[in-house]
Design a protein around this ligand. Structure first.
Ligand SMILES: NC(=O)c1ccc[n+]([C@@H]2O[C@H](COP(=O)([O-])OP(=O)(O)OC[C@H]3O[C@@H](n4cnc5c(N)ncnc54)[C@H](O)[C@@H]3O)[C@@H](O)[C@H]2O)c1
Length: 448
């Protein structure tokens, strides 16, 4: 099938590359010229396991092309994905300007051939109809001579950064919202190789469930899924804070409740709270949508509040041990919002850095990706070190913020000797207390 993907970020690039890998002819459009140049030269602009290899292969096969020419992309695609960013506005509502710009371009460039326009960006409930309206208005404004001949499908994305390629080929479900049987049928054909697990890790599994629904429900499924996961993490963090006070161990508690199949083991790791490009903005958007309809989303508001407090918990723990933080040096292990990604959007590390800086502490950090990449956009008030020894040197405390697997195997006895005071705050409950204590650290975790 001929596919156009507009927006080559974490979602668009992975979607485009995977659909090309499945044999589709894909044109990826982005208005960031530098990114398009990089992609054309075969380089991958993001850190995503498995993606560079797939990109090299589909480029060599001629199955993928990159362009800044949105008109060319629109003319190419029978199926056109909108995968541009939908960042939060300062008040928490969704900034739809990128989606709107794409919809206007569609209005200018659509011709008489039938097109399926797929909203893969996470957009507020009702956006499917709004996109249709913007396209029709733009067609009229541009005096586009062709009669409208397209359907809108909502196809929310559930991939996780850090395992985006794996998730694309092994999804828990595919959600398709729309009211055109033709469009929904064609989308299932496009995804058939994923649905029947041709590209999956375990080909013996039953087919991937496909949820066919209306556009608004599809849009809501995405928000409800992220909101549920955010609430689940805030819930276990709240339990951890109670554990801290009563002397229980949240990891034992999480294991004990997670074995209940109604609860499940996942997303029950207490720590410095959730972050990343999606949870915060999607929960905020859902709270706003509810408010627009006169409803106060109490549970969602509480989840956000618990998360804000949770990010500052490590500061509280540092203060309990070190008392005054002014003039102290704190080393952060990890900056990205989770391991295996280079994404710093809404990372808990940024909040921790800002507060430590405000309290007069000197902040250093080491991150396996950020330290090597040299990318420091949006990271202020922190000295990014190139190795862990330089990080530990002279520190009054180390704080593990991101659970990168390589942090399991650091030479902790040496790091302890390099420090001014060997204090270790494990913000992810990731390391073994006995090992850290044997290395000479005072070890403090979350809810244990
Ligand atoms: N990142 C995730 O893990 C994830 C997961 C599920 C859903 N989503 C959703 O997917 C959408 C995209 O997220 P992302 O993280 O990939 O965003 P991103 O910021 O990484 O990428 C967006 C891309 O769109 C491009 N762009 C913006 N306006 C454009 C235009 N007019 N024409 C062409 N290109 C344009 C940008 O240059 C950028 O490369 C968002 O709505 C997000 O909420 C993201």
């Amino acid at each position: 099938m001929r596919v156009c993907v507009i927006g080559t970020g974490y979602v668009g690039l992975v979607t485009g590359a995977c659909l090309a890998y499945m044999g589709n002819e894909v044109v990826c459009v982005d208005n960031n010229e530098a990114k398009v140049e990089l992609l054309r030269s075969g380089q991958c602009p993001i850190h995503e396991p498995g993606l560079p290899e797939i990109l090299q292969q589909v480029l060599a096969q001629g199955l993928i092309a990159f362009t800044t020419d949105i008109g060319a992309g629109i003319h190419h695609g029978e199926v056109i994905f909108i995968a541009v960013g939908t960042p939060p506005l300062p008040d928490g509502r969704t900034d739809l300007r990128y989606v709107e710009a794409v919809a206007r371009s569609l209005g200018r460039h659509l011709d008489s051939d039938y097109r399926i326009i797929v909203n893969k960006s996470t957009v507020p409930i009702g956006s499917g109809d709004w996109v249709r309206m913007v396209i029709l208005d733009a067609m009229q404004a541009a005096a586009n001579p062709h009669p409208p001949h397209f359907d809108i499908v909502s196809n929310p994305e559930f991939l996780r950064e850090g395992s985006a390629v794996y998730d694309t080929f092994n999804p828990d479900r595919i959600v398709l919202g729309g009211n055109s049987a033709v469009a929904l049928e064609k989308m299932q054909t496009l995804y058939q190789g994923i649905i029947d697990r041709t590209y999956g890790a375990d080909k013996t599994l039953p087919p991937v469930p496909v949820v066919i629904t209306d556009i608004s429900s599809a849009e809501m499924i995405k928000y409800a899924a992220n909101a549920f996961l955010a609430v689940k993490i805030s819930f276990i963090n709240e339990i951890a804070n109670i554990c801290d006070r009563v002397g229980a161990d949240v990891q034992e508690v999480a294991r004990g409740i997670g074995l209940d199949s109604r609860i499940g083991q996942k997303f029950l790791q207490a720590g410095v709270g959730w972050g990343g490009s999606c949870f915060g903005k999607d929960v905020a958007a859902l709270i706003h949508t509810a408010a627009d309809y006169g409803y106060t989303a109490e549970i969602l508001q509480a989840a956000v509040k618990v998360n804000q407090q949770q990010r500052l918990l490590v500061i509280e723990k540092l203060q309990q041990s070190l008392k005054i933080l002014k003039g102290k040096t704190i080393g952060l292990l990890g900056l990205t919002f989770k391991p295996h990604t280079d994404d710093m959007r809404d990372a808990p590390s940024l909040t921790i850095i800002e507060h430590l800086h405000r309290l007069g502490a000197k902040v250093k950090a080491y991150d396996p990706i950020v330290s090597q990449s040299g990318l420091r956009d949006g990271i202020a008030h922190v000295a990014v070190e190139t190795d862990v020894e330089r990080l530990a040197d002279g520190c009054d405390a180390l704080v593990l913020v991101t659970d990168w697997p390589q942090f399991q195997n650091l030479d902790y006895p040496t790091l302890a000797t390099l420090m001014h005071q060997p204090l270790f705050i494990d913000g992810r409950n990731y390391l073994d207390r006995a090992r850290l204590e044997a290395a000479g650290f005072k070890y403090i975790a979350i809810g244990r």
